[in-house]
Design a protein around this ligand. Structure first.
Ligand code: GAP
Length: 515
C-alpha cells in the first residue's frame, strides 16, 4: 500500500504528465506556491466554475453574478479590517531557519493526538466486532479520555490566546506541547509575530506611500462595495445574493501542499443579504445547500465534514468550514460565514455613503446582514482530482491508471478513434468529431494501438471512447467504451449525442443536489 506522501506525489506528477497543472515559470525553477493550468486543467477548472455558477447564480432568480476588478480603492481594505487584522501568527525555528504558522503547528499537534484516539477506536472495533459501541468506548476508555482531555486543554488555551491576541501564550503552548521543527527536530523557537498577508503594489507613475494599492485577498469586498449598484439596477428584494468568481492573492507563508495553499488562487463567493435577525436561519440553510452541492459530485459523503471555527474572524458571528478528506487529511475546502452587517457598516463609515436597504414589507430602512459562502476553485480542483485518480488491477492481473472524474467535469467528454489509419476510417471519425463538437469538448486520436489510446483517455478522465472500424462504413455503427466499467457497446452514430448528453448533462448532476 502506498503511503499518503507517495499518493500525493503521484497526484502531482500525473497532473503534470497529462497537462493539468504545471509549476509557474518552471524553466526558471518555478515560483513558490504559484501554478499554471495546462490544456486539460483549464477545461476541468472551467467546468468546475460553471458547475458552481449554474447552481448558485443561474438556478436562483434572486442571486445575481458580477465580475468586480482585482484592484480596489485602498480604503476598501482599511474598512474591511484587512490592513489591521489580516494576519497569520508566525514562528521561526532558530536551527533550521524555517518559518511556520504557529496556529498550524498547534493544529497539526492536535491532529496527531486525534489520530491516536482513532487508532484505539479502530483496534477496539476490530476486537469487539458487531457488539462494539463507539460512543460508549470513547466515553469510558482510559487512554481515549486522557488524550481527549489533552486536546480539550490545548484547544481552550489556544482559543483564549487567539482571542486576547496573546502571542507569548501561543508560543508557550508550542513549548508545552513539546512541538519540534519537522526539519531540524529541535524546539529552539523564536517569538511569535503577526504577518500581514496582503500583497501591495503602487498605482501610477510615482511610487509614494499614497499610491499603494493591494491585490485583493478575497473577492467578497468587490461585492460589498457594489451592493447598492446591483440592488438598485437589478431591482433586487431582500433576501438576495450577489456572486462572483475571480482571482485572490495572499502572501502565504507556509506554502506547501501543491494547489491547496497558493499565493494566487481563485475564489467562488456568494454574499446573501438578509433581514437582520434572520441570519442564523440563512446560515443553516446555506450550510445544508452547499453540502448538497458538494455531494452531488459523488465523491463520497464520508469525505466531507463540517468544522466550526474555533476563533471567529473579525467580521463573523458564526462560521464553519466544509472540510474535505484530501490526501493529507481533512482540511478546509469551503468557508460559510455569517458576517453580520460588519462590512456594509464599515464601508458606510469609511466612504460616507449610505449602504442601506428600504424594506417595503416592514417599511423600514436597515443595513442588511450577510451570510457568505466561499469556496476555493483550486481546492475544489484538488479535491476532485485527488479523489478521482485510481490505480486499478484488472481481471487479467494488469493495472490501469484511471481518472474517474465526475463526467460532468471531465475536460474531454469523448475521444474518437479510427481503428486503423486507412480505408476511409479517419474520415468517418473526423465527421463524428465535426458533429459532436458543437455540443461537447471532443478529441481525435489515431496514434498507437487502440488499447494504448484507451489507456491514455482513462488517464485523462475521458468518460467515452468511440471507435470507428470497418463495420462502421457498412452500417453506421461504432463501439462506445465506458471509462469506468470499460464495457463496450455497439451503437448507431446517430445515438452518440444522446448517450453522451445523458451522462454529462449538468442538469442530471445538479438534480442530485436538489434531492
Ligand atoms: N471571503 C471569505 C474568505 O475569503 P477564507 O476562508 O479565507 O474566506 C475562502 O477563504 C476559501 O478560499 C477557502 O475555503 C479556500 O477554499 C480558498 N482559499 C483561501 N486561501 C487559499 C489559498 N492560499 N490557496 C488556495 N485556496 C485558498
Amino acid at each position: 500500500m502506498a503511503n499518503q506522501e507517495d499518493i500525493f506525489k503521484n497526484i502531482i506528477s500525473h497532473s503534470k504528465e497529462y497537462g493539468f497543472i504545471f509549476q509557474s515559470s518552471e524553466i526558471y525553477d518555478g515560483l513558490s506556491a504559484v501554478y499554471d493550468y495546462g490544456q486539460m486543467g483549464v477545461e476541468l477548472k472551467k467546468n468546475l466554475r460553471e458547475y458552481w455558477w449554474k447552481a448558485m447564480v443561474q438556478m436562483h432568480e434572486n442571486i445575481a453574478g458580477i465580475d468586480a476588478a482585482i484592484f480596489m480603492h485602498p480604503t476598501t481594505w482599511k474598512a474591511s479590517g484587512h490592513i489591521d487584522a489580516f494576519n497569520d501568527p508566525l514562528i521561526d525555528n532558530k536551527d533550521s531557519k524555517k518559518r511556520y504558522r504557529a496556529d498550524v503547528l498547534i493544529e497539526e499537534h492536535v491532529a496527531k493526538i486525534e489520530a491516536k484516539i482513532q487508532k484505539e477506536v479502530d483496534k477496539a472495533k476490530e476486537r469487539f466486532g458487531e457488539s462494539f459501541n463507539e460512543e460508549t468506548f470513547r466515553d469510558t476508555n482510559g487512554r481515549v479520555l486522557e488524550n481527549q482531555a489533552k486536546i480539550d486543554s490545548i484547544l481552550s488555551r489556544f482559543k483564549e490566546a487567539l482571542e486576547k491576541n496573546n502571542l507569548e501564550e501561543v508560543r508557550q503552548i508550542i513549548i508545552d506541547c513539546e512541538i519540534v521543527c519537522p526539519v531540524s527536530g529541535s524546539k529552539n523557537w523564536t517569538e511569535v509575530r503577526q504577518f500581514n498577508l496582503m500583497f501591495s503594489t503602487s498605482m501610477g507613475a510615482v511610487s509614494e506611500e499614497s499610491n499603494v494599492i493591494y491585490l485583493r485577498p478575497e473577492t467578497a469586498q468587490g461585492i460589498f462595495v457594489n451592493f447598492l449598484n446591483v440592488q438598485k439596477s437589478g431591482r433586487m428584494k431582500i433576501p438576495f445574493g450577489i456572486a462572483q468568481t475571480g482571482k485572490a492573492f495572499r502572501n502565504e507563508i507556509v506554502a506547501r501542499q501543491f494547489i491547496f495553499r497558493m499565493r494566487e488562487f481563485e475564489q467562488m463567493e456568494m454574499q446573501y443579504f438578509v433581514r437582520p435577525g434572520t441570519e442564523m436561519e440563512w446560515y443553516n440553510y446555506w450550510k445544508a445547500a452547499r453540502m448538497k452541492w458538494h455531494n452531488s459530485l459523488g465523491l463520497g459523503a464520508s469525505n466531507y465534514r463540517f468544522h466550526d471555527h474555533l476563533k471567529l474572524a473579525h467580521y463573523a458571528n458564526a462560521a464553519c468550514d466544509i472540510e474535505f478528506n484530501f490526501p493529507f487529511g481533512f482540511k478546509e475546502l469551503e468557508g460559510i460565514h455569517s458576517r453580520t452587517d460588519f462590512d456594509l457598516k464599515a464601508h458606510e463609515k469609511f466612504s460616507g455613503k449610505k449602504l442601506q436597504y428600504f424594506d417595503t414589507e416592514t417599511n423600514a430602512n436597515y443595513t442588511p446582514y450577510v451570510v457568505e459562502t466561499s469556496v476555493g476553485l483550486d481546492r475544489m480542483f484538488l479535491a476532485v482530482f485527488s479523489n478521482s485518480l485510481k490505480e486499478e488491477t484488472l481481471e487479467d492481473g494488469s493495472t490501469r491508471i484511471v481518472l474517474q472524474l465526475p463526467s460532468v467535469l471531465a475536460p474531454t467528454k469523448a475521444a474518437v478513434f479510427p481503428l486503423v489509419k486507412k480505408d476511409g476510417l479517419p474520415e468517418i471519425a473526423q465527421q463524428i468529431i465535426e458533429d459532436l463538437k458543437w455540443d461537447f469538448n471532443v478529441a481525435y486520436d489515431e496514434k498507437d494501438a487502440v488499447g494504448r489510446r484507451y489507456r491514455r483517455q482513462d488517464a485523462l478522465g475521458t468518460p467515452f471512447c468511440i471507435t470507428v472500424d470497418h463495420q462502421t462504413a457498412e452500417d453506421q455503427t461504432v463501439t462506445i467504451r465506458h471509462r469506468d466499467s470499460m464495457k463496450q457497446d455497439r451503437v448507431k452514430i446517430s445515438e452518440l449525442k444522446n448517450i453522451i448528453e445523458t451522462e454529462v448533462s449538468m442538469k442530471n448532476w445538479l438534480l442530485k443536489a436538489k434531492n
